[in-house]
Design a protein around this ligand. Structure first.
Ligand SMILES: Cc1cc2nc3c(=O)[nH]c(=O)nc-3n(C[C@H](O)[C@H](O)[C@H](O)COP(=O)(O)O)c2cc1C
Length: 404
């Protein structure tokens, strides 16, 4: 797709690829336009971060991304998707998060956290334990039961738990829980918040007619279905400093007949912008019957980029593109084409946590290891010179994959 447009800059060329140019949202400047996409690690205990999460996120920050968004983190204990999910429902969650945030900032990364409620997708096993409903065996092993609730008492599919239909008091309670969770995230000193309006979790499920068949003020018309996400955004904006960006990850389409559509998203994006959302992270799906999330499906390179392009153009809001963006050249092409302001990298950066630094090397942006952690950089600089003397390159045969 993009091999004809490979951008090869020499180190002394003044132009810097957009991917490596800073980007500012409100009072927060990212050093480059690469975002580590929020990805669940299922490694928390009682909502508290564990050593694996410290190792994981510090490595992501060390890897050079401009922004690291911490995984979906839950504002109520019962609203978790799995027992391994991190939480923001208790003050005891703040201290470990605050330690993690300051460690990540040591590497120059900006830090975000995705705040969420599982909705009708709650009460699942950790993905790597089976990804089905919590079983007697899980309970015997120490997991607690989690009870999904949603806009309507409609399970995602036959094998999923049936959620209880939320009453007015429960809806109000969830709004308060988002506010309380956001306050804790502020106390942990994250640079920004991302509200999870995607993948069939609670807030997105209110948007989608596939999951929301209510007849009160929270369902029915588009305006009613948008009410809960917009209410949460307004309440969050009230407590967030003006200088702090608020992002929303949106399933721009359900990809399903009778579901949430791209056209709906253009309308919602305008309203989110008015309510104080600064950027929409454009994902899709999650209300699907086949597979819990979109990333379970086989998809081609940049399968969601067109969604970002459309919202950016038609709603006039900044966007991030995500989904099978694997090479820096392709990421640069998306930015150059005005299809997104930021690119989120998910599985490719799990595979190679130094993706950003390798991209900087590949694109000729940094060939001296000056911004690498000092204990590595000093040696690697000498090593690269030695390799160059042999006509070799640090990336060696492990070049970036070419998109098919
Ligand atoms: C292990 C794993 C966990 C994920 N957890 C989340 C999550 O917590 N929140 C979210 O919005 N998306 C989540 N996603 C989706 C990713 O953020 C990303 O949108 C998706 O993987 C597509 O991007 P990619 O092709 O670069 O991986 C997860 C994906 C993976 C692979």
């Amino acid at each position: 797709m993009n091999s004809a447009r490979l951008i090869r800059l020499e180190p002394d060329m003044p132009d810097i690829p957009l991917l490596f140019q800073p980007y500012t949202l409100r009072g927060v400047t990212l050093k480059n336009r690469v975002v580590v996409s929020p990805m669940g690690t299922y490694s928390a205990e009682d909502g508290r971060l564990t050593p694996f999460q410290f190792a994981h996120y510090e490595r992501m920050a060390m890897g050079g991304a401009g922004l690291v968004i911490m995984e979906q983190t839950f504002v109520t204990r019962a609203g978790r998707v799995s027992n391994g999910d991190p939480g923001l429902w208790a003050d005891s969650h703040i201290e470990p998060m605050s330690r993690l945030v300051s460690e990540m900032k040591r590497y120059g990364a900006r830090t975000g956290i995705q705040i969420s409620h599982g909705g009708r997708k709650g009460g699942q096993q950790r993905a790597y334990d089976g990804n089905g409903p919590i079983t007697e065996r899980d309970l015997a092993a120490g997991d607690e039961p989690l009870y999904p609730m949603g806009a309507s008492a409609l399970p995602l599919a036959e094998e999923w738990l049936t959620p209880i239909e939320m009453n007015e008091a429960q809806i109000e309670g969830i709004v308060e829980a988002f506010v309380a969770g956001a306050r804790r995230a502020l106390l942990a000193s994250f640079d920004l918040l991302e509200l999870h309006l995607a993948h069939g979790y609670l807030l997105q499920s209110f948007l989608s007619p596939l999951a929301n068949q209510r007849r009160d003020r929270w369902g029915g018309s588009l305006e009613n279905r948008m009410r809960l996400p917009l209410t949460v955004v307004e309440r969050l904006r009230d407590i967030m400093p003006d200088s702090m960006p608020l992002l929303a990850r949106l399933s721009v389409t359900d990809w399903m007949e009778g579901g949430w559509t791209e056209d709906d998203s253009v309308i919602l994006a305008g309203k989110l912008k008015e309510a104080g959302v600064d950027l929409i992270d454009c994902s899709s799906g999650g209300n699907m019957r086949a597979g819990a999330t979109n990333s379970n499906l086989a998809r081609g390179p940049g399968y969601q980029v067109a969604l970002s392009d459309r919202l950016r153009r038609e709603a006039g809001i900044a966007t991030a593109a995500v989904g099978m963006i694997r090479t820096p050249q392709y990421a640069e092409e998306i930015l150059q084409g005005g299809k997104a302001d930021l690119v989120c990298i998910g599985r490719q950066i799990l595979f190679n946590p130094f993706w950003v630094r390798h991209a900087a090397w590949e694109m000729g942006v940094e060939r001296d290891f000056a911004t690498w952690p000092e204990p590595y950089g000093w040696w690697l600089d000498k090593w690269a010179r030695a390799l160059a003397a042999n006509g070799e390159d640090p990336l060696g045969p492990e070049r970036f994959p070419e998109p098919s």
